[in-house]
Ligand binder design. Structure first.
Ligand SMILES: Cc1ncc(COP(=O)(O)O)c(C=O)c1O
Length: 400
């Protein structure tokens, strides 16, 4: 006899305690609600989700199709295909100016698992982890999940959302195990300058603390140059560099990213891969080699397009009553201050979705210090961005 639904529900769901500490990424919830509104016949401009609206470049797609035909459809090594690990090692050596070998590279399904695995591998209950706030919500979620102590470092608008190194220095204690930094940054578009990164390195000094450097937007930078803490002398063996393919090559749905770290830690992260995913899909890894070695013109083109949209959208936001927006230096997000509207972030984001048909995220989706801000992704066409500005403008004229 099969159990009926009624039978199944008589058993209480007894989750592990740690599940109550797990957070989420609100973008997916807002996307669900926006899709529901669309099913009801509403028309929505989607500025909530953080993914390029471009197609994956054709040379990469072809490499994957070819790999499928050639039989790259089986398990591969947990740490990634040797050819891709070597290609990544060469790429990171060139872009970060430090020698990297393939045994320091672990390929995983997206950039996210590097956050998950690094925290699982390093953080014991009670250990402190310093992380940016507002910041990518998965950091705080994972720190709490493993029972670590999440120590926020506030990113402030008046500093262009970079990090105050003196403040960071005061947060470091004997229990600090890990510091997470992210540049270019989600959600603010802030970019840490070389002198700030060097300041962070000085603050850490010779302590045995790891730095998880989330550089998933390293190729999406509009002003200045990307600089990695991995390049600071003495920091290579204390850095876990997170990078990947999702944002740079418009490959969010392919699920492929990587971490670069000292070989003994790489072996441990590989054990977590063996225990969870076994390996990253083989044919996508073959395409990953093509992504890094092939023509890079599409990356430059996408970046140029994001810059144009950013310029237009920020100028438009600054025309809206109660909004003021700094010019983000990287990634594809704008993070306007909406305090002068008098509305809390979440309430305003909900009203814009339900009443104006514009999906965006409340700053608080990125932590407590996101209150007073909204995040709009500019990964949408100029035309749609203009429509969104028109709708927000109209809505604010009517309601504020
Ligand atoms: C700062 C940051 N890190 C990591 C990720 C995860 O990227 P992926 O889709 O490759 O897992 C994202 C995605 O939004 C991000 O914004």
């Amino acid at each position: 006899m099969f159990a009926t639904m009624e039978n199944a529900t008589q058993f209480e769901l007894r989750l592990a305690d740690r599940m109550s500490r797990l957070g989420t990424e609100t973008a997916f919830e807002v996307l669900d609600r926006a899709r529901q509104l669309e099913r009801e016949g509403k028309e929505i401009v989607h500025l909530e989700i953080g993914e390029p609206d471009f197609a994956t470049p054709a040379n990469i797609v072809e490499a994957a199709v070819d790999a499928l035909h050639k039989g790259w459809t089986h398990y591969g090594p947990s740490a990634g295909l040797p050819e891709l690990r070597q290609t990544i090692a060469t790429y990171v050596s060139e872009t970060r100016g430090v020698p990297v070998s393939s045994d320091e590279v672990v390929v995983v399904p997206g950039g996210k698992p590097i956050i998950f695995f690094s925290i699982l591998a390093l953080v014991d209950p009670g250990d402190e982890v310093i992380y940016p706030n507002p910041g990518f919500p998965i950091y705080e979620s994972m720190i709490n999940y493993v029972g670590g102590r999440a120590v926020p470092i506030q990113l402030r608008e008046e500093r262009d959302f970079s990090l105050n190194v003196d403040e960071l220095a005061t947060r470091i204690t004997d229990r600090t195990k890990l510091i997470i930094i992210n540049s270019p940054q989600n959600p603010t578009g802030g970019v840490l300058q070389r002198k700030e990164i060097e300041g962070i390195a000085r603050a850490v000094a010779d302590r045995n603390i790891f730095v998880l450097s989330d550089e998933i937007y390293s190729r999406l930078i509009f002003e200045g140059e990307h600089f990695s803490i991995m390049s600071v002398p003495g920091f290579k063996e204390r850095t876990i560099l997170l990078d990947g393919f999702s944002k740079t090559y418009a490959m969010t749905g392919w699920r492929m990213g990587y971490g670069v770290m000292r070989p003994d830690l790489a072996a441990q992260i590989t054990r977590l891969m063996t225990n969870s995913n076994s390996c990253t899909a083989s044919f996508t890894q073959v395409a990953g080699v093509e992504a890094l070695r092939g023509e890079q013109a599409s990356v430059t083109e996408m970046c140029g397009e994001f810059k144009k949209r950013r310029d237009m959208f920020v100028a438009g936001l600054n025309e809206i009553r109660g909004f003021s927006c700094r010019m983000p230096k990287g990634a594809f997000y704008t993070f306007p201050n909406i305090r002068k509207t008098g509305w809390p972030s979440k309430k305003l984001a909900t009203a814009l979705l339900e009443e104006a048909g514009v999906a965006c995220l409340a700053g608080t989706a990125f932590g407590e210090f996101g209150e007073g801000y909204l995040r709009f992704s500019v990964a949408n066409s100029l035309e749609n961005l203009q429509r969104a500005l028109g709708r927000i403008g109209e809505w604010t004229e009517k309601n504020l």
